[in-house]
Design a protein around this ligand. Structure first.
Ligand code: GDP
Length: 457
């Protein structure tokens, strides 16, 4: 009997726990551990999408818990196989006892991601859709959920299918040409021009797919951003405003932000991994000096620097020093305290760091445009999740391989080499794209993808 089982809910105390059993014999296993309250219910005869209430027992027949059994019939289930889901009371011990009983009844413990892997084998999901399942589980922002959802619905898969279709239409013509070369040179020329034009179009499609990677990566990993500025400029207040939490220490005494405070905040669709840094000033305080050198390190390693200036004061030497350190990097200058009278030399800042945002962190004024400003500084294009994008390095490598082969095919055609050279390169591009979508992915590739999954998914 090959039937897999696992606890699919988190292993922690909660309202309910669900033990999933999948395989041809899932209902036979369920029947051994689940006694319906209404004795006339025969589990093996239950229809898909129906449930019954009953007792869950161990192998000796002793009652472990009461719960609900939900039945799915192949192919209409997550895995595409017969599936039984037993929901019991949510406790770590009880869930493990129910799982033990299911294993005693003949199921084997599912490995990490095996239910989703089975869905892939049954053709319920493509590889890119399966990968998005893990992204959906890990998604930490609304934007990420929307992206993972679109991938799970096959947006990338469809985009790749379209590119494959375009390549196939060229390779099939080239194959015919190899078997039956054109008689006239004119016709040969017309064909060649058409292949060249269509190969160029495929090149563009792949380039635009590759361009989605950076934005996709930012969406999934977030942007490492440092908030810098002299003490009292309002860095902690801004950070607290963004995160909605009192994590940085806000005081009127200069130099209170001595260590780097880090937190993750969502600004619209973008996740910022923010660190609040000390200002750059010359100080005899050893602790604060450590803070300053940490800040300099942080500036170097950040993808974005949010530089906060106190708009109610003139620029100090420290401000100017900071500006000279961050000039030329990716900086969003923010002039704070717009609720007070302006004294800062705005043009000095903007000439060196670009257009500044004028805000009042204390009153929460002017921060609405933050997402757009960050997108502009980091050169992020807004992703349209429904059009499909590359979500991880594996996908990117496949797309890069395909793009390089298509480039070679294009060069071969444009340099007047025989069309079979281009045909071979295009075939190679197809194999990269099939690996991307999972049509021909190797076991190793599939293993490494599913190693990111948890048991029970
Ligand atoms: P940091 O040292 O840069 O982290 O500055 P803080 O966030 O600790 O703020 C220093 C002081 O400036 C605190 O008293 C804040 O309440 C005040 N402050 C911060 N933002 C504003 C603002 O927009 N307007 C005004 N009037 N005061 C602010």
């Amino acid at each position: 009997m090959d039937c897999i089982a696992a606890i699919s809910t988190p292993l922690a105390a909660g309202g309910v726990s669900m033990i999933r059993i999948s395989g041809e014999d899932a209902l036979t296993v369920a029947k051994k551990v689940f006694l319906p309250k209404y004795p006339h219910t025969d589990i093996s005869q239950m229809d898909g999408y129906t449930a019954c209430y009953g007792d869950i027992t161990d192998k000796s027949g002793k009652k472990l818990d009461d719960g609900v059994l939900l039945v799915f019939k192949a192919p209409h289930s997550y895995t595409g196989e017969n599936t039984a889901e037993i929901t019991c009371h949510g406790g770590v011990r009880i869930s493990k006892l129910v799982l033990r009983s299911v294993l005693d009844a003949g199921a084997r413990m599912a490995t990490a991601g095996e239910f989703t892997r089975q869905a892939l084998l049954s053709g319920k999901l493509s590889l890119t859709e399966a990968e998005s399942v893990i992204d959906l589980i890990n998604a930490g922002s609304d934007g990420l959920i929307a992206c993972a959802r679109a991938q799970a619905d096959g947006s990338l898969y469809r985009r790749i299918e379209k590119i494959c279709g375009d390549i196939l239409s060229i390779t099939s013509e080239i194959t015919v040409w190899i078997d039956y070369p054109d008689e006239s040179e004119d016709e040969d020329e017309i064909n060649r021009e058409s292949w060249l034009k269509r190969t160029e179009e495929v090149k563009r499609e792949l380039d635009s797919l590759l361009a989605t990677y950076d934005t996709g990566k930012v969406l999934s990993d977030g942007i490492a951003a440092a908030i810098v500025g002299k003490p009292n400029a309002g860095k902690s207040t801004l950070m607290n405003l963004l995160s909605g939490e009192e994590k940085s220490i806000v005081t009127d005494i200069e130099g209170t932000t001595r260590d780097i405070v880090e937190q993750t905040v969502n600004i619209g669709d973008i996740m910022l991994r923010l660190s609040d840094c000390a200002g750059i000033r010359e100080t005899a305080d050893a602790v604060e000096n450590i803070g300053v050198s940490k800040m300099l390190e942080r500036i170097e390693s950040s993808q974005l620097i949010i530089a906060v200036f106190d708009g109610s004061r003139q620029l100090s030497d420290e401000d100017r020093r900071l500006i000279s350190v961050i000039e030329g990097k990716t900086v969003l200058p923010v002039v704070n305290k717009s609720d007070l009278e302006t004294a800062v030399d705005l043009s000095y800042i903007e000439e060196r760091l670009g257009k500044a945002m004028i805000i009042s962190a204390k009153q929460g004024i002017g921060t609405d445009a933050l997402q757009t400003e960050i997108e502009q500084r980091c050169h992020l294009k807004r992703l349209s999740p429904d059009s499909g994008f590359l979500a991880n390095e594996r996908q990117r490598q496949c797309a890069l391989g395909a793009a390089s082969s298509v480039n070679n095919a294009y060069d071969a055609l444009s340099r007047g080499m025989t069309a079979d050279v281009a045909g071979l390169e295009l075939e190679l591009a197809l194999s990269h794209l099939y690996e991307l979508s999972g049509k021909s992915a190797s076991e190793e590739v599939i293993d490494s993808i599913f190693s990111r999954f948890c048991v029970g998914k």
